[in-house]
Design a protein around this ligand. Structure first.
Ligand code: PMP
Length: 296
């Protein structure tokens, strides 16, 4: 269904406890989340019909809601089951999935506790592209004019809709200049992450990655850290200044959508995607698609 606008596709979306037809999964214009960003969501993937780290994603969704001071009226088990139900109903194997929970439309105002919380889960086909040769060219990033906010100014640990306002602005600014994505610095001017993925650098057998103290500690980031350690790489989480980027030879992004994506440039800094990028791409591919990897 590639090319068909997302809101005009067919299939089934899980909506507040039941499957509804794709086109009928709608909300009112006075939805609180639309006006005040009272929404949290997940991005998760299914590989070969299995949702990767489903429990972790459902748990993060529930936790994100708590941080935004609302409770999702469904248990983690129900959310897990709903994800699997959506996948089956749409006959999907390799898919991207978007659970979202939000405050509804019974009232509009800053005091929002009386507003019912909804949950929907959509899924659509999204093949995984582990084509090392192509990916090893690396993508080009530019530093965003927008910075990740300080922890006391935004609920950074939540995967919350409002935090993505500056991500979209950063992405637009980057693509307007011919880059694929933006590297965002934080409120201190330290390296933080890309617009929808975490960042890693390599030098001399060590992976260096910023400490997630004001941005999302991605599930892929955590997976990649343990995969790297298991392969003898030392992983150092620390504050990284932009100037230090000149000392690294490889760089890659991690995220549910990005998987492991090598980076060739960040403005004037150059990286040479090589053995480390390849090793981590292969390791992640084998991790998420064990059956396919075994068959190859
Ligand atoms: N940072 C941001 C801003 C993101 O949107 C994402 C994607 N969810 C990530 C990092 C990576 O998180 P994960 O590995 O859990 O997908």
């Amino acid at each position: 269904m590639a090319g068909i606008p997302l809101d005009q596709r067919s299939g089934w979306i899980w909506f507040d406890g039941k499957l509804v037809e794709w086109g009928k999964a709608q909300v009112h214009v006075l939805t609180h989340a639309l006006h005040y960003a009272s929404a949290v969501f997940e991005g998760q993937r299914a590989y070969g019909g299995e949702i990767y780290k489903l429990k972790e994603h459902s748990e993060r969704l529930i936790h994100s809601a708590k941080i935004l001071d609302f409770e999702i009226p469904f248990s983690r088990q129900t959310i897990d089951d709903a994800g699997n139900e959506v996948l089956k109903a749409n006959k999907l194997h390799d898919a991207y999935m978007r659970p979202i929970a939000w405050r509804g439309s019974t009232e509009l105002g800053l005091f929002a506790r009386g507003n019912p919380v909804h949950l929907a889960i959509a899924a659509w086909e999204w093949p995984s592209y582990f084509k090392p040769e192509e990916r090893l060219k690396g993508i080009r990033l530019t530093v965003s004019p927008w910075r990740r906010p300080a922890p006391e100014t935004a609920p950074f640990a939540a995967k919350a809709a409002g935090l993505y306002m500056i991500c979209t602005l950063s992405k637009h600014a980057a693509t307007d200049k011919g880059f694929t994505d933006a590297l965002m610095l934080d409120f201190r001017g330290l390296v933080a992450e890309a617009t929808g993925a975490n960042v890693f650098f390599h030098r001399k057998g060590e992976l260096h990655t910023p400490t997630p103290d004001c941005f999302l500690n991605g599930i892929t980031r955590q997976t990649v850290i343990s995969l790297a350690k298991a392969r003898g790489l030392k992983v150092i989480e620390r504050a990284i200044t932009p100037q230090e980027m000149s000392q690294f030879d490889e760089c890659f992004l991690t995220g549910t959508a990005a998987e492991v994506t090598p980076v060739a440039e960040i403005d004037s800094y150059r990286f040479q995607p090589g053995d480390v990028c390849r090793t981590m791409m292969d390791a992640y591919s084998a991790e998420v698609q064990p059956h396919r990897a075994a068959a190859e």
